[in-house]
Design a binder for this molecule. Structure first.
Ligand code: SF4
Length: 443
């Protein structure tokens, strides 16, 4: 009898990559995906706790699922991801006793072992334990759920930094790079399945390889992945301002498959706040870095993250951030209101003292500013031709969509099947978040 799994996932690209890996391993065990959680034999919630809102969502989902689990106790219910910290585990087990397993991020082995054990018990009454090495994880066939054009490949797991607002080091553990061969074989298999673009992922992706020794670093890995047949593009994220070296930028500039796109979280534009955040760079160092990126990659897409309403942030300090963003005119701002995360250094030492309404006002100001700057920057692209890797079809509006190398979202109409192709698109209309055009002559 066919067994089914349902995998619900929220959060960052690393979580998406974890979900894809788990799906692949479940499918290798013979499970098929099913759309309804209540019909699944195995139900996994892949969690995120970066903000209180995300955590609340998972808690309410678990409450909602409780009666289903009571009705079908044979269903295996697992909670995976950043919610499952070592320190939090006893509390989670007490709050949600009906959950069969809690799995830390990127570590689904316990679940797979349990399923295999149950299967073997049922089939032969035997108890056997098999374990697949982390580096031999199967890759979810792109064709299994419609053709995937882009995919994420984790290359650095965990983080050994200690930014004061961040839960990731305590949930995802110390930084560790995956071996080169494991990454290349995963990327190769994805390319064989029709994926055309891979993004190499790490909390600080620029630190790839430093823990392995031997001098093989992110720039080398990017060049090796870019050689793989079938791939049209390679990206990497997320960078940390202290770890972006000139060689990386030069390598990206030297290879046409490496996208001139970088995610550089600044978090704040005031040195005192950066110190409280333990980011270990100054505003001037960040400015210099943006200048270095632009000197080597003149049209690079540069995205950033900003937190407003950090503990103690005054109006003047917030305005420093506002002015920095005005000056740098970056390409996208992931703008977040500070949300106190239990267990972080900031939660232990700094009172969350900026009122909610004030956080909201600051957030709105940055949102409006970002929208205006992007609207102006994109207007300059009208009449220009950009290379778009086509990721899918917007069937409602009968048009294709994809991204430029700089990560701009582009829509265009074309009667031909362009999925997975790189198409030259002439831009006719621009807005702050999208560009619309038509396939240029001869494309
Ligand atoms: S670098 Fe800082 S913000 Fe990024 S994952 Fe590590 S601790 Fe968190």
């Amino acid at each position: 009898m066919q067994r089914h799994y349902h995998l619900w996932s929220i959060g960052c690209q690393m979580n998406m990559a974890d979900a894809r890996t788990l799906a692949a391993r479940l499918e290798a065990l013979g499970y098929a995906p099913c759309p309804k959680p209540e019909h699944a034999d195995v139900l996994v919630l892949n969690t995120c706790v970066i903000r209180q809102q995300a955590e609340d969502k998972i808690t309410s989902m678990l409450r909602h699922l409780r009666p289903y689990k009571a009705k079908r106790p044979e269903m295996t219910l697992a909670v995976m991801g950043c919610m499952v910290g070592k320190r939090e585990l006893p509390q989670l087990q007490a709050l949600f006793p009906f959950v069969d397993l809690f799995l830390p991020p990127s570590e689904p082995d316990l679940l797979l072992e349990l399923l295999q054990r149950r299967e073997l018990d049922a089939a032969a009454g035997a108890l056997t334990k098999t374990r697949t090495g982390a580096d031999e994880w199967p890759v979810l066939p792109a064709s299994a759920h419609g053709r995937a054009i882009t995919a994420h490949v984790p290359v650095v797991l965990g983080c050994s930094h200690a930014c004061s607002f961040c839960v990731i080091p305590s949930r995802r553990g110390a930084e560790r790079s995956r071996p080169r061969e494991a990454i290349l074989s995963e990327a190769r298999r994805l390319a064989d399945e029709g994926v055309r673009e891979v993004t190499l992922l790490g909390q600080i992706v620029d630190r790839y390889g430093l823990d392995l020794g031997g001098g093989y670093e992110l720039a080398d890995l990017l060049l090796d992945v870019a050689q793989l047949p079938g791939l049209a593009r390679v990206r990497f994220l997320t960078s940390h301002p202290n770890w972006v070296h000139d060689r990386l930028l030069e390598v990206v500039a030297s290879h046409e498959k490496l996208c001139p796109y970088i995610e550089l979280p600044v978090q704040a534009g005031n040195d005192d706040i950066l110190k409280l955040m333990r980011r270990v760079y100054t505003v001037q160092q960040f400015r210099d870095l943006v200048a270095r990126v632009r000197a080597r990659l003149p049209n690079a897409g540069i995205n950033t993250d900003v937190i407003v309403g950090f503990p103690g942030e005054t109006e003047a300090q917030f305005m420093d951030t506002y002015r920095l963003l005005e000056e740098l005119r970056l390409d996208a701002i992931h703008n977040a209101q500070y949300s106190e995360r239990p267990g972080t250094p900031a939660a232990r030492r700094l009172p969350d003292d900026v009122p909610a309404a004030e956080k909201e006002r600051r957030w709105q100001l940055i949102e409006a500013q970002g929208k205006r700057i992007l609207g102006e920057k994109h207007a300059a692209l009208r009449g220009q031709t950009v290379q778009v890797l086509v990721e899918g079809r917007d069937s409602k509006r009968d048009r294709w969509f994809g991204r430029s190398p700089e990560n701009k979202l582009v829509y265009f109409a074309d009667a031909r099947d362009q999925l997975g192709q790189v198409v030259s698109v002439r831009i006719d209309w621009t807005g702050p978040f999208t560009l619309i055009g038509h396939a240029a002559e001869g494309a």
